[in-house]
Design a protein around this ligand. Structure first.
Ligand SMILES: NC(=O)c1ccc[n+]([C@@H]2O[C@H](COP(=O)([O-])OP(=O)(O)OC[C@H]3O[C@@H](n4cnc5c(N)ncnc54)[C@H](OP(=O)(O)O)[C@@H]3O)[C@@H](O)[C@H]2O)c1
Length: 187
């Protein structure tokens, strides 16, 4: 299983429920890596997406301890699709997108394919930490955004279980410098 994340120099990943910065090349990288795959996230990360909608073209598995509430919000999405139909609007067909809520790691693992190389953990802090022991590759985009974060990723540079196996050249967008890194679990 993989993790994919964007961190600043302090391994900060978010603030007030949003990302610290939006870097177009990193967004494209995230999309290329995860398209057509299974993505695993916490309920707050799902809510941080536009309209609280799942990522298109992917199987979205969302961890929550409140399945009832999650079901209610899914039902309200379904009812807006029905309203679209009744009012003659084309409902948005999206056969390649799936949204599944689970309330435990045990249930999550029942749903994952045996070969988990196509599974990406996409945040936030609580889910990265929860599933890091089950992951062997972490795609980490490092940036030098100076905003103070309120959520963090584990510092892989001081984790003896991981090693940095790839680091791209430093790039720049809107005065934010960034590079793509890969960490792998040591044999
Ligand atoms: N930089 C990046 O690459 C990146 C990526 C993703 C997210 N983020 C940022 O990370 C922040 C959100 O992180 P977060 O840690 O606050 O929230 P999160 O991990 O996205 O979601 C937390 C929620 O997940 C559910 N959950 C957690 N552990 C669970 C378990 N063991 N079993 C069942 N459900 C469980 C709970 O949902 P319920 O409350 O519904 O029970 C919990 O409130 C945001 O700022 C977001 O923008 C950054």
């Amino acid at each position: 299983m993989n993790q994919i994340v964007n961190v600043n120099a302090s391994w900060g990943i978010g603030r007030d429920g949003d990302l610290l910065c939006h870097i177009p090349e990193d967004m494209r990288f995230f999309k290329d890596m995860t398209m057509g795959k299974t993505v695993v996230m916490g309920r707050k990360t799902l809510e941080s997406f536009p309209g609280g909608r799942p990522l298109k073209g992917r199987r979205n598995i969302v961890l929550t301890r409140s399945l009832q509430k999650a079901l209610e919000s899914s039902l309200s999405d379904a009812s807006s699709a029905i309203t679209d139909l009744l009012e003659g609007r084309e409902p948005k067909a999206d056969e390649d997108t799936e949204l599944i809520y689970v309330d435990s790691v045990e249930r999550l693992f029942e749903l994952l394919p045996e070969d988990s190389s196509d599974v990406f953990v996409i945040g936030g802090e609580s889910i990265y930490r929860l599933l890091l022991p089950c992951c062997d590759t972490c795609y980490v985009t490092k940036n030098d955004c100076s905003l103070e974060a309120d959520t963090f990723y584990p510092d892989l540079d001081s984790d003896p279980g991981f090693e940095l196996t790839y680091r791209s050249e430093v790039k720049e967008h809107d005065s934010i410098r960034y590079s793509f890194c890969t960490y792998k679990r040591k044999e």
